[in-house]
Design a protein around this ligand. Sequence first.
Ligand code: SIN
Length: 356
Amino acid sequence: MTKRILGIIIALFLVLQAAAFAAETPAKPHVVILATGGTIAGAGVTSTTTVGYTAAVTPVDKLIANVPELAKVATISGEQVSQIASESMTMEIWLKLAKRVNQLLARDDVNGVVITHGTDTLEETAYFLNLVVKSDKPVVLVGSMRPGTAMSADGPLNLYRSVILAGAREAAGKGVFVMMNDTIHGARDVTKTITDRVDTFRSPEVGALGVFTGDRPVFYRQALRKHTVDSEFDVTGLATLPRVDIVYHYAGNQGTMIDAAVAAGAKGIVHAGTGNGSIAKAEYPAVENALKQGIIVVRSSRVGSGIIARNGEADDDKYGFVAADSLNPQKARILLMLALTKTNDAKEIQRMFWTY
Ligand code: SIN
């Protein structure tokens, strides 16, 4: 009898201890990995193949299985959205991705989303999502510079940290992130700066938002330009985006590519000018023809960082140009495409460029 009572007391004690432990241990976050391709899903012939490998071959299930440590930090599920090298990214995939991210983050049982992506256009997808995701929950874009088959592949650690970041409470409300090489970048500021090295992603104007130390994300800054839940742009119901082309300026340019963009049906042109967004005299006839047809012309710079001063190198008020602020040409194109889903008014579009 005494033994039986003792047994019951011990069992009760163990149950209470387990309950106390469960109450103290926070549930693991649920992070969904959406895979789109890129080098992070790439494979080379040998362990030293770091150029000439094939991007976008490893499926999402295998990407997840290759990093068993992910299961320690989150409950993971994966979906294959596309399987492409990111130079082949399309506006249709962007819309599909954005709509899926919004669906997932609206669910109570999803804490964050990680998107695996080729590094070549990763900054563009990140900025697009920064403007159209309707949630405070973390969204993290991640890639790698070396394929998974390479010696010292950077993908597994980048992915592991992205999952931690996507499940971290302190990452909420800070916009879309790019997580590469121990560093947390904001989608608006980050750009790829080196063709072939793991430290290629930089935020040249204003710096990264934070870093990882071990398994812990540490933030030092916050993005102040509007994003996600504060953005006026919405992809619901959009099947495509208005055509916007980028025209790169160079010595001797006569405006031929502006004419080509107009002929191709562009609704907007981002002019990647020299210096502070200069437009050459020889280009003006082509530019004025574009403006006459209602095409919005945004002045940006091929320099890659710095602010385009309104009414500085061109009379923006006279011509009706829009100054790109500090967005590089590829990001100015994204904002212009979204702006054109709302308005064709250059002044209103300029307001958007000062806002996002
Ligand atoms: C790509 O962008 O898909 C290829 C290059 C890379 O992922 O680093």
